[in-house]
Design a protein. Sequence first.
Length: 271
Amino acid sequence: ARSCRGPMRRGAAAAAALLCLGAACLLGRGFDPRGWLLPPPRHRLLSAAELARYRGAEGEPGLYLAVLGRVFDVERGRRHYGPGGAYSGLAGRDATRAFATGDFTPVGLVDDVSGLLPGEMLTIQSWLSFYSDNYDAVGKLVGRFYDENGTPTEALRQAEAAIEEALKFKAENEQRKQQFPPCNSEWSSAKGSRFWCSRQSGGVNRDWAGVPRKLYRPGSRGSHCVCVRTSGPPWGQPDSSQHSDRGDLDNPHLEQYDGCHPLAEQCVLRV
């Protein structure tokens, strides 16, 4: 075949150059020799039927999975996601719910995330971040989370809002844990329950130990043991010049354990 650089007239040479440039552009955009032009990978839209062809079996075009409608090429993780792998059920579909529940039965391998708890939505968010960081995104799945134009659906907006709410709840819990670290605790049939505080209890390193107290959260029926600061200004008021120097002991959601000294770092409740 004649090369694009072969001898020809100026006009023909210019036309050939344009053809060569056009061919290079097609190859760069993902031209498939079978005769069609694929969209750029990150903007590719797949139907559920198309995605189902990417389970990694012999003769199939690849190994994909989807999370919240985002499709990832997980070929690098073939031993996990390929046929016979522990997570092969996730391949070729959007099984977002299973990432949160661990239910790998046909009932659980679905993309419906309605009714999941905040912690479960955070698990989904964590997996989405994992795939974004470790695998190539190749497109979007048309269905629950993206429409035929690749536009986010109401279901995706609701899922993202649930994740944002869960992240906010987590941040509030972390802040509350800094204020009221969980106690150490143990129980035996012979000695009963023992609660005690240290400078590392609850996994929170600090320069104070605190004393055990019951903490009741608004809207919750039960309580749990926390360690409470006994000196200095109340939490959130570090610059307060007028305070009782009792730390957080006066917090209205706290209750003292019966039979325990108010300032004891350990409390034993006999059976």
